[in-house]
Design a protein around this ligand. Structure first.
Ligand code: AMP
Length: 192
């Protein structure tokens, strides 16, 4: 089963992904994490993407699509966190899965107001010290999200695969909301 967790940076995708993967026994694939690992390895790819991440921009589709499909070959049951981030990534994923008689089961979009997101990201900066959690980069990433990633939600909505969850409140509360959406979808699939 392939699930997608969609939402702006700081909305809680990482936290929820870890819980959901445990619950549904699938593997967590965070493209941000894969890319940060490449940066740490300091290889050619890492050098290229480090500057892009630092600037709060998106890494070119082709690079990310290759990373993700390579990973999916090994782990066909995955929760995708931070991917797809553009409509063309979503289309490439659909094509790749269709060739393997597979598809995205459900996309859950987490929603939280902008002020709360900025607050959470600044808090994360204090705790984790991520290089791209600075006020300037945060503003850039939120802008990129609205321009490039929000249309991905619309893309899946048209396919009837989008569910939206309120991301406000504690992690457990949010988890239960998401779980309900996924369970509803799976129950619907079972009766189809
Ligand atoms: P994240 O950990 O998901 O917030 O991602 C951190 C950064 O990695 C993003 O701001 C982008 O620069 C890059 N990134 C992660 N996922 C993608 C993706 N699917 N497409 C392009 N860039 C990505």
């Amino acid at each position: 089963m392939i699930l997608v967790l969609l939402g702006p940076p700081g909305v809680g995708k990482g936290t929820q992904s870890r819980r959901l993967c445990k619950e549904y026994r699938i593997v967590h694939l965070s493209t941000g994490q894969l890319l940060r690992q490449a940066v740490q390895r300091g290889d050619e790819l890492g050098g290229r993407v480090a500057r892009i991440i630092q600037a709060g921009q998106l890494v070119p589709d082709q690079i990310v699509i290759e990373l993700v499909t390579e990973y999916l070959r090994q782990h066909p049951d995955c929760l995708l966190d931070g991917f797809p981030r553009t409509v063309s990534q979503a289309e490439a994923l659909d094509r790749w899965l269709a060739e393997r008689q597979a598809q995205v089961e459900l996309v859950v979009e987490l929603q939280v107001q902008r002020a709360e997101i900025v607050r959470r990201l600044l808090e994360r900066a204090r705790i984790e010290g991520r290089a791209d959690d600075t006020p300037t980069t945060i503003a850039k990433r939120l802008d990129v999200y609205h321009r490039q990633t929000h249309p991905v939600a619309e893309y899946y909505r048209r396919q009837g695969r989008l569910a939206t969850a309120d991301g406000n409140g504690g992690p457990e509360e949010v988890f239960q909301r998401i779980r309900q959406l996924i369970d509803q979808r799976l129950a619907g699939r079972a009766s189809r």
